[in-house]
Design a protein around this ligand. Structure first.
Ligand code: ATP
Ligand code: MG
Length: 581
C-alpha cells in the first residue's frame, strides 16, 4: 500500500470536547470523525484497526467452537415484549416505528433474537451444546456518551450466546469462552485482568469482566497482589475490620456539634480519627399494604463507618431491599428522625426504622454518631448498652485499598480499568421467558441453559491507546496496528534510487505478509515522522539518498529512542526479526 493511494488526515489539535488521551489521539490521527454525540465515522485508518481486532476475535471464537451468524440491527418489538425488556429497559433502548406504526428496536444486544432462533432450530438434546456469535453494530442511547469510541451510542460489539442442556454444560461453555477471551486479549498485547463481577438476580459465580488496566478507566477493580483474587468494586467482599468488638470504656455523652453535619467535621471538632465515627444513610422501600393499593413506606437506616462508602449493589442484596430501594426524601427523614440529615443516628428515632449495620460498624465500640437532634452527636456509643444489637449486619461498603483480602491471603489493592469484555451465565432467564425448550432423551421439554459473552470491539481501540501512548501519539500493539511497518521514503519524488529501493522493500515485505505502507507523499522528514508517530505504526524504515549511498536504511521501533542502521539487503530480515517472525 502506498500512502498516496490511501487516506491520511492528521490534525495538529484535537477538538475541545475530547477529554481523554485516546479520544484526542484517535481524532488527531484521523481514525474517527464525529457525526453526532457518541456517533462516529470510522475513517480508513481507524477501520483498519477495527478489522484487525475483529479478525483476532473471529479466529479465537471459531477456535473455541463458536459459530458465526449475523442478526439484524433492527429487531421487531414483539420479541422484546416477550421478555418484558421492551417496557423495562428505559431510554437506553432506541425504539422506532416503521411506516405501519409497528414498533421496532435498534438492538443494544441480541438475547431475544438469538433465543428466538434457538427455540426454532435447536429442538433436541442431540443439537446441544451450541454457541452462536456475531460482530454487529449496537445502539445504546447512553446518558453520557463520552471518551470517543469508549462510550459511544453506536458501537461495534462481538456478542456470543451459548445453549446447553444443563448447568454443567453451561459451566463448560462459560469456561471455554473465558479461555478464548484470555487468548484474545493476550494476542492484542494488552495488560488486562479478568475480575469476578456481580451476577445480579441470577446468582452464582459465573460472571467475569475483562478489564484493561488504565488510570482513566471508569471502573475500580480490586485485586490481591499476593493471590489470584480479583473482583470489580461492586462485588469485592469487604470483611469486618478490627478483631472482636472491644468492651465499652466510655460513657454515652450527648455532645454539641454546632453546624458540624459531616463525619469529617465532627471528627475534626472532637479531635478524633474519622474511623471512630459512624454515618447514617437513610433508604426507603415502597410496598403495598394488604388491600393491595396504598403505598406503605419502610424507612431503613444503614450505618457505615465514617471513612467508608455505601455500595448500592451490596445494599440491594439485603433482605427487604432486594426488590429495589430509593434514598429517603427530606420529609421522610424529618418525619422518622425528628431532625434533618446531618445529625441522624440509630438512638432514639422518632418513628421505628430498620437498622442495618455494616460488618465493621457492628464490631465498633465507643463510637460517635448523630443524636437525632440538630447540632448534636453522641460520643461513647456502644451496642447492647446504648442501643439494641443491630437487627441486620451485612456487607454494605466498598472495599478500600489495604483491606484484608477476603481469601485471607494478604491485603487488597485497587486500580482503574476499562471494561472491554464480559462473560456471563444467564441460566434459563431468557429460555423460560421465550419457551426455548429442547427435548431430552426421554422426550421431555427442558429450558436451555444459556450464557452470553460480549466484547466491545470499538472500545478496545480506546482502551489500547489509553494504555499505549506517549506525548507524540499512539503506540499500537503490533497485532492491532493499522500498518505494521511504514517505509518513509525521503525525497521519493526527486530520487530514482529512493523510489526504486523503497518500492522493492514494499514489495518484499508485502509478499511476506507484513502489512506495510510506503509514504510516497514527498513530505518533509519532520512532518512525515510526526504523522506516523501520531498514527502509532510500530516500525519505521527510513530510506534516504544518503543512506542508500552507504547501502543502508534506518529501522526504528515506535518505542526506540534511536534508529538502528542496517544494510539495505538485510532490511527485510531485520524487520522480520523485530516482528518476532
Ligand atoms: P458499561 O458498564 O461500560 O456500560 P455494559 O455492562 O453495559 O458496559 P455489556 O452489556 O456487558 O456492557 O456489553 C459488552 C461489552 O460491550 C462491554 O464489555 C463493553 O466493552 C462494550 N460496551 C458496552 N457499552 C458500550 C458503549 N456505550 N460504547 C462502546 N462499547 C460499549
Ligand atoms: Mg452499559
Amino acid at each position: 500500500m502506498k500512502a498516496s493511494q490511501f487516506f491520511i488526515a492528521t490534525l495538529k489539535e484535537a477538538p475541545a470536547d475530547a477529554e481523554v488521551i485516546s479520544h484526542r489521539l484517535m481524532m488527531r490521527a484521523g481514525m474517527i470523525k464525529r457525526l453526532g454525540a457518541g456517533i462516529y465515522n470510522y475513517m480508513p485508518m481507524g477501520l483498519r484497526v477495527i478489522r484487525k481486532v475483529e479478525a483476532i476475535i473471529r479466529q479465537e471464537m471459531n477456535r473455541a467452537g463458536a459459530i458465526e451468524l449475523l442478526m439484524p440491527v433492527v429487531q421487531p418489538a414483539e420479541l422484546w415484549q416477550e421478555t418484558g425488556r421492551f417496557e423495562k429497559m428505559g431510554p437506553e433502548l432506541l425504539r422506532v416505528k416503521d411506516r405501519h406504526e409497528r414498533d421496532f428496536v435498534i438492538q443494544p444486544t441480541s438475547e431475544e433474537v438469538i433465543t428466538d432462533i434457538a427455540r426454532q432450530e435447536l429442538r433436541s438434546y442431540k443439537q446441544l451444546p451450541k454457541n452462536f456469535y456475531h460482530i454487529q453494530t449496537k445502539f445504546r442511547d447512553e446518558r453520557r456518551p463520552r471518551f470517543g469510541v469508549m462510550r459511544g451510542r453506536e458501537f461495534t460489539m462481538k456478542d456470543a450466546y451459548s445453549f446447553d442442556r444443563d448447568k454443567e454444560g453451561a459451566a463448560r461453555s462459560y469456561d471455554a469462552m473465558f479461555k478464548a477471551y484470555c487468548a484474545i486479549f493476550d494476542r492484542f498485547g494488552l495488560q488486562y485482568r479478568a475480575v469476578a463481577a456481580d451476577t445480579g438476580a441470577i446468582g452464582g459465580d459465573l460472571s467475569h469482566e475483562f478489564q484493561v488496566i488504565a488510570d482513566t478507566g471508569e471502573d475500580a477493580i480490586v485485586y490481591c497482589p499476593s493471590s489470584d483474587y480479583a473482583a470489580n468494586i461492586e462485588l469485592a467482599e469487604a470483611v469486618a475490620l478490627g478483631a472482636e468488638r472491644a468492651p465499652a470504656s466510655q460513657p454515652l455523652v450527648r455532645t454539641p456539634t454546632p453546624g458540624r453535619s459531616t463525619c469529617e467535621e465532627v471528627a475534626d471538632l472532637l479531635g478524633l480519627p474519622l474511623d471512630r465515627t459512624v454515618k447514617s444513610l437513610v433508604l426507603a422501600t415502597d410496598g403495598t399494604n394488604e388491600a393491595g393499593n396504598t403505598k406503605e413506606v419502610t424507612i431503613w437506616l444503614l450505618l457505615l463507618r465514617g471513612d467508608h462508602s455505601l455500595n448500592e449493589v451490596k445494599a440491594g442484596k439485603v433482605d427487604g431491599l432486594k426488590n429495589g430501594f430509593r434514598f429517603a426524601t427530606h420529609s421522610e427523614i424529618v418525619d422518622h428522625f425528628g431532625t434533618p440529615p446531618g445529625y441522624l443516628g440509630p438512638i432514639g428515632t422518632r418513628k421505628p426504622v430498620k437498622v442495618v449495620a455494616d460488618r465493621t460498624v457492628a464490631r465498633m465500640s465507643d463510637f460517635v454518631c448523630g443524636a437525632n437532634e440538630r447540632d448534636a452527636h453522641y460520643t461513647g456509643v456502644n451496642w447492647g448498652r446504648d442501643l439494641p444489637e443491630p437487627e441486620v449486619v451485612a456487607d454494605l461498603r466498598n472495599v478500600v485499598a489495604g483491606d484484608p483480602s477476603p481469601d485471607g491471603k494478604g491485603t487488597l489493592a485497587i486500580q482503574r480499568g476499562i471494561e472491554v469484555g464480559h462473560v456471563f451465565y444467564l441460566g434459563t432467564k431468557y429460555s423460560r421467558a421465550m419457551q426455548a425448550n429442547f427435548l431430552d432423551e426421554t422426550g421431555k421439554p427442558q429450558p436451555m441453559e444459556m450464557g452470553c459473552y460480549g466484547i466491545g470491539v470499538t472500545r478496545i481501540l480506546g482502551a489500547a491507546i489509553e494504555q499505549n501512548h506517549d506525548d507524540r501519539g499512539i503506540i499500537w500493539p503490533a497485532a492491532m496496528a493499522p500498518f505494521e511497518v511504514v517505509i518513509c521514503a525521503l525525497g521519493y519524488e526527486r530520487s530514482a534510487e529512493v523510489r526504486a529501493s523503497s518500492e522493492r522493500l514494499l514489495e518484499a515485505l508485502s509478499g511476506l505478509g507484513v502489512d506495510t505502507i510506503l509514504d510516497d507523499r514527498g513530505e518533509r522528514p519532520g512532518a512525515m515522522f510526526a504523522d506516523w508517530e501520531l498514527i502509532g505504526v510500530p516500525l519505521r524504515v527510513v530510506v534516504s539518498e544518503r543512506g542508500l549511498k552507504a547501502g543502508t536504511v534506518e529501522i526504528q521501533g515506535r518505542r526506540d529512542t534511536e534508529a538502528t542502521v542496517v544494510a539495505l539487503e538485510a532490511a527485510v530480515s531485520a524487520i522480520q526479526e523485530r516482528r518476532g517472525g
